[in-house]
Design a protein around this ligand. Structure first.
Ligand SMILES: Cc1cc2nc3c(=O)[nH]c(=O)nc-3n(C[C@H](O)[C@H](O)[C@H](O)COP(=O)(O)O)c2cc1C
Length: 168
């Protein structure tokens, strides 16, 4: 009986969109590196997944250029933007002429794991990939936080404040 009900159920797409867009999100710059090549992109589908070990969960578009790099290198960084860094977030989601070009707008250094960390952000963490869910147009990556660098604490940029939406 339950199964029959499930089969005949149709998803209310408008309700789904409205409700999923209520999930609050921050805005982060994910950094990746493969050999000499670096890249970074704006990510909002990010959350913490465990205290011990410290885990973060991030969904990455399967067709993006960083996706394959994370799968192959099994590492990524997450940089936490300041509340006044909306323009920088925009640089990191717009198309770029060449891989890594977005970092021309933002000074960075490499962390202990060799991943790009923005100098002018609240800070950043470097993560080692410990799991992934491949299902749908984004892959859910789970990373264990291996290093954490706090530049200067302050209010972080969040998606709601930008007027942009990514979700639904
Ligand atoms: C507000 C906003 C939030 C975004 N959040 C994500 C995200 O969580 N995951 C993701 O894969 N892409 C996200 N994107 C899209 C990427 O930033 C964008 O596709 C980027 O060009 C990918 O770069 P890449 O192909 O060089 O990896 C977001 C875009 C915007 C505008």
């Amino acid at each position: 009986m339950v199964n029959l009900m499930r089969c005949s159920m149709t998803l209310d797409l408008e309700a789904k969109k409205v409700l999923l867009r209520k999930i609050p999100h921050g805005l982060f710059i994910c950094g990746v590196r493969e050999g000499d090549e670096i890249n970074g992109f704006t990510a909002s589908w990010v959350t913490q997944g465990s205290f011990e070990p410290p885990l973060v969960v991030m969904a990455v578009r399967s067709e993006g250029s960083s996706h394959g790099i994370i799968e192959r290198t099994k590492h990524f960084s997450l940089n936490v933007l300041r509340a006044d860094q909306k323009e920088l977030a925009a640089v990191f989601f717009k198309p770029q002429s060449a891989m890594g070009g977005r970092f021309e707008s933002a000074p960075f250094r490499y962390g202990e794991l060799g991943l790009p960390l923005l100098e002018d952000a609240i800070g950043g963490v470097e993560c080692e990939l410990v799991g992934q869910v491949v299902h749908g147009d984004h892959t859910v990556f789970v990373g264990e936080v291996k290093s954490a660098h706090l530049n200067q604490d302050g209010d972080a940029l969040n998606l709601a404040s930008t007027g942009w939406s990514y979700g639904g």
